[in-house]
Design a protein around this ligand. Structure first.
Ligand code: HEM
Length: 131
């Protein structure tokens, strides 16, 4: 049976590593903060976005196969349970998915199949959080 190739590049590495995940998250929160199209999503978040600007890039990087420090600092924390207490509906879930789609397209478009796969999975995850 074939064993997994431990040297295989992860989505994290293929997209460009930590600086690119940092750029995706900062672009995402810039869009959320500045574009009125995301007003309802913005209103759900705390006034101070700095904690989220620090947390999201580390979560995304670990989730995409990079350094796991967010997961080590948050043992057992699950994104779906974490969001269960927020009043997420179809509107705010779609805003999250659209802002993330734009952020990836703006700062991490290469290689296209990896950028597209990440966009698809994150959009689906966001939409599945709506109630
Ligand atoms: C469906 C739309 C979503 C909405 C409306 C939403 C909203 C929120 C809100 C209100 C917070 C708390 C932030 C604060 O207190 O300022 C939060 C935290 C967070 N969200 Fe989301 N979120 C969504 C989807 C997602 C998705 C799909 C991901 C990841 C793939 C994600 C990752 C995070 C992370 C990493 C945190 C911080 C957790 C922590 O460090 O404790 N969110 N989200």
């Amino acid at each position: 049976m074939a064993s997994p190739n431990e040297n295989a590049a992860t989505p994290h590495d293929l997209l460009g590593g930590a600086p690119v995940f940092e750029a995706i998250a900062q672009r995402f929160y810039d869009l959320m903060d500045q574009d009125p199209a995301y007003a309802e999503l913005r209103a759900m978040h705390a006034q101070d976005l700095e904690p989220m600007r620090r947390s999201l890039p580390r979560f995304l990087a670990g989730w995409a196969g990079g350094p796991r420090d967010w997961f080590e600092a948050n043992p057992g924390k699950c994104m779906m349970s974490l969001h269960r207490d927020f009043p997420i509906d179809e509107v705010t879930a779609a805003q999250w998915a659209e802002a993330m789609t734009r952020a990836i397209a703006d700062v991490a478009p290469e290689p296209p199949h990896v950028a597209q796969a990440m966009t698809d999975v994150l959009s689906r995850m966001a939409r599945s959080m709506a109630r």
